[in-house]
Design a protein around this ligand. Structure first.
Ligand code: BGC
Length: 875
């Protein structure tokens, strides 16, 4: 057997409306004997016939991201592709897929941006630093006071001839659901989140069967979404503009061969309707009494609706799909309805997730049911809203229009939750509710189970946190900020790539990062960047880039290259990576730390290689500092000098590797040289004679050892000191975001695997298994999410960053390490002394699936594994 599966176009299983002019094709292989692909041949044709590209027989084992090299692709066209793969045993396997292009030629856009002539309420949100974040700003119990209704648009259209094909393109300022007669279109929260002022995606829908001969209606509801909604850490509105808007265009082909275009224009009319407000964070309120019943259908009287305003927002920034669509990725019944000690009715979804709850309940006209979402109950079992801060209500309302049964599912919002407090419902029962988990549909690529139930559960929790934070962009948490924090993704990336196919999703996000890079090379800490994030400098000035966050622009392309083996990832980001490093270099060279004037000449010289000025997050969220109640900025302050310099060295090291992979040998040498100078400066400035560091934290030792900043003759002493700090801390970790990904490996590689295992299997707080033992279903932002006395806090319970240990578990326990980019070569070497009796798992490389299992029998290890065609064991 030799077969092809998982064929993808541009890395997508669903490639509808792509605007990549040179799409690439990938497939994976399965075989029942050891072999590899000897050659492949790709053919691409229009769906209606013509072959546009025949690659010919190419002798290669490559199965990933092979670029189209045929005739120019046309806009709005359906294509198919086939691949024939021939194995080294001369067996042929075939596979392939379909894709459709979006609009490749800007002049084809005829649609106009339309808006409602609606007077929105002025923004009164607090924009003062942490005031809004720390709960000092009262929440509006009735958000109607500050929020605006969703806007409804409609237009009637006559169709006089039989239709052969009709394709609709839609996007919006805000989030939309579009309708062709009664047929609804729109992923959850379409068009998703991108760097809107420079990049906005258009969705493509085949509506051929939805238009009728005679009268038809095109309509849409547009809500605030990320465009005008209360987004980011501060929950401030209007970050991209102060009005929502709609853009639609339909290409119609008639049976007789003629064509026409229907698009948004001045003939649309608008109104408000049932959505009295619909904010992506605050929640939505749907009053069914206010819904213009039948507005999607032709005989509706829209004479009371108003004409729209036409706006010139242009089409140059419109692009097609580049990531998998967002979707309801899972729907299930909640596990329980709880009556809390206080008498509240709370639906328990069974696990922390991102999405919303649907209900079917009975009531009378005017009855209001509310659903308020939270991730935890308090220590007595009562409902606790775990997210403080302005506009973080997470509460939806439904008002009945009639007596009887009604069904309601939130549409323009999304929440981070496990528990939902229900108010106003008459006799709610478990079966009345359905939980929907939403996110971008990324393929699951890794799997792990082992003899330790807690550790197996930990990997499940890590995966669930990842799922809950992949909605159009990678986010820090789904309930409080839902922002693309660069540092979070960077620390978690190796684990993320084990769990899911992250390639196209993150390449698209990196495109946003390139768009957001400042002229001086700075990378905003959050991508997409929003003006209200100016607070990140803590002075309220424009944002400055922090070490380890901005460094994501180097680390992420490098790690993606390691995971998927495609040099194009390095090539397309190289300029961003190098201009970031120039910025860091300049900041280090020009920054004048305190006491500079009194420094010796040598000290002054090395200051150029120490990134010891400016604002940084340091080793963010060091557990002992969190426990003692210090604000996280204190940990940042205490560690930032060493952390920033370590990251400077790390980025120089990775950039040198990237340059070398791209054949830029001169650059490679330049960055290698820079890395050496930083390492020397670090050693002279921060490493004492006895191998200790000037800043004594577990994390500073971890980073210094991992980045090679401690001279060889002092490494043992530094490692011993790290172990001492761990022992003094009761065999518990005390590392923050930046150093945690390296902690166990530094111990392991330093010959102290015993300490690494102690930390991994630790069940006291702070530890991974402490969270699991305390009922966690995701990874928490703080290890003290449930403190030892059972108290719960106001924080995120769905933050994947500390889940970065997943990667260590895959590598050291399952035993799988990539020995070459894209896993072309692998090492399989589980550590049988880890304390477990068996482990089992799999991983989808770009070639195909690797399966591994091992067990101890009478103390003797038995290892079994399978490699796909093309993957070899490294010598
Ligand atoms: C976010 C983080 C982020 C951090 C910056 C927090 O509020 O939730 O995950 O990286 O700020 O340090």
């Amino acid at each position: 057997m030799y077969s092809i599966y998982a064929a993808k176009t541009c890395g997508l299983s669903v490639a509808e409306g792509i605007t990549d002019r040179k799409p690439c094709f990938s497939w994976r292989l399965k075989a029942d004997s050891a072999c590899e692909q000897k050659s492949y041949r790709i053919r691409v044709s229009r769906l209606d016939g013509d072959c546009l590209w025949d690659s010919g027989i190419v002798g290669s084992s490559c199965t990933h991201n092979i670029s189209y090299e045929g005739a120019k692709l046309q806009s709005d066209t359906d294509y198919t592709w086939q691949v024939e793969s021939i194995s080294s045993d001369d067996i042929t396997a075939t596979g392939g897929g379909r894709f459709s292009t979006g609009i490749l030629d800007d002049s084809l856009w005829q649609g106009q941006w339309i808006e409602a002539d609606y007077e929105r309420k002025p923004i009164t949100d607090c924009i003062e630093g942490f005031k809004s974040f720390t709960g000092q700003m009262p929440r509006h119990d009735d958000p109607r006071v500050i929020l605006d209704p969703a806007i409804y648009f409609r237009k009637s259209v006559e169709i006089s001839k039989k239709i052969r094909r009709a394709i609709m393109y839609v996007t919006a300022h805000g989030v939309y659901e579009a309708y062709v007669n009664a047929h609804a279109f729109g992923m959850p929260l379409a068009p998703g989140y991108t760097v809107y002022d420079k990049h906005l995606t258009v969705q493509r829908y085949d509506i051929t069967g939805c238009l009728n001969l005679g009268a038809n209606v095109l309509s849409a509801i547009v809500a605030d979404g990320w465009y005008t909604g209360r987004i980011g850490m501060m929950g401030v509105g209007n970050q991209y503009g102060d009005k929502t808007a709609l853009f639609m265009q339909i290409f119609v082909e008639f049976e007789d061969g003629s064509r026409s275009v229907i698009a948004t224009d001045k003939n649309f009319r608008w109104s408000v309707g049932g959505y009295e407000f619909a904010d992506i964070f605050v929640g939505e309120r749907f009053d069914a009494r206010l819904e213009p019943v039948g507005f999607k259908l032709p005989d509706f009287d829209d004479s009371a609706w108003k004409p729209v305003l036409v706006r010139d927002y242009g089409t140059a920034r419109l692009t097609g799909a580049a990531i998998e669509p967002a979707a309801i990725i899972d729907s299930f019944s909640p596990v329980e309805i709880i009556t809390t000690p206080k008498g509240e009715t709370v639906v328990d979804a069974g696990a922390v997730l991102a999405g919303f709850v649907e209900f079917t309940l009975s009531g009378n006209r005017g009855d209001a049911v509310s659903l308020e979402y939270s991730e935890v109950l308090d220590h007595e079992g009562n409902f606790l809203q775990n997210i403080m801060g302005q506009n973080k209500n997470q509460k939806d309302y439904y008002v009945f229009a009639n007596d009887g049964i009604a069904n309601y599912r939130p549409k323009f919002t999304c929440h981070g939750f496990r528990y939902v407090k229900i108010e106003g419902a008459r006799n709610p029962k478990l079966l009345d509710f359905t939980v929907h988990f939403i996110g971008t549909k990324l393929e699951k690529t890794g799997d792990f189970t082992c003899s330790n139930e807690l550790l197996t559960k930990l990997q499940e929790n890590i995966f669930r946190s990842q799922q809950g934070n992949m909605l159009y962009i990678p986010t820090d948490c789904p309930q409080r900020e839902r922002q693309g924090w660069t540092g979070d993704m960077q620390v978690y990336l190796p684990t993320a790539c084990f769990n899911m196919d992250m390639e196209s999703f993150l390449r698209s996000w990196l495109y946003g990062m390139r768009l957001e890079q400042r002229d001086d090379g700075q990378i905003p800490n959050v991508i997409p960047h929003i003006p209200s994030n100016g607070y990140i400098s803590f002075t309220g000035d424009d944002e400055t880039s922090s070490a380890a966050w901005g460094d994501a622009c180097v680390i992420i392309p490098w790690q993606l290259y390691r995971a998927y083996g495609d040099k194009a990832i390095l090539a397309e980001n190289y300029e961003m990576m190098s201009s970031w490093l120039s910025y860091v270099r300049k900041s280090a060279a020009e920054g004048r730390p305190e006491g500079y004037d009194d420094m010796s000449y040598e000290q002054k010289v090395r200051q150029s290689y120490l990134w010891n000025t400016g604002f940084h997050f340091g080793d963010w969220l060091i557990p002992s500092l969190t426990k003692s109640g210090e604000p996280p900025t204190m940990g940042a302050f205490k560690t930032k000098e060493l952390v920033a310099t370590a990251m400077f060295a790390y980025s120089a090291e990775l950039l040198s590797c990237a340059a070398s992979e791209l054949g830029k040998e001169e650059d490679a040498a330049k960055y290698r040289n820079l890395n050496e100078k930083i390492r020397r400066a670090f050693a002279e400035e921060y490493v004492l004679e006895n191998g200790r560091l000037t800043s004594e934290f577990q994390g500073t030792y971890v980073l210094a050892l991992r980045m090679g900043l401690v001279p060889v003759n002092k490494r043992e002493a530094a490692l011993n000191r790290l172990v001492e700090l761990i022992e003094e801390n009761g065999d518990c970790l005390d590392t923050g975001f930046v150093s945690t990904p390296f902690l166990l490996d530094v111990l392991y590689e330093g010959g102290r695997a015993d300490v690494a295992w102690k930390i991994l299997f630790q069940t006291k707080c702070p530890s991974w298994l402490y969270e699991v033992k305390n009922g966690a279903t995701t990874i928490w932002e703080s290890w003290y999410g449930i403190s030892e006395d059972g108290k719960r806090g106001h924080m995120s319970y769905n933050h994947f960053s500390f889940g970065c240990v997943g990667d260590f578990i895959y590598r050291r326990i399952l035993g799988l390490t990539a020995a070459a980019p894209g896993y072309k070569k692998v090492r399989i070497s589980p550590d049988y002394s880890c304390g477990l009796t068996h482990a089992k798992g799999s991983f989808e490389t770009v070639f195909g699936q690797i399966k591994i299992q091992w067990k101890l029998e009478n103390g003797m290890p038995i290892l079994e594994y399978e490699l796909p065609p093309g993957v070899k064991l490294s010598e």
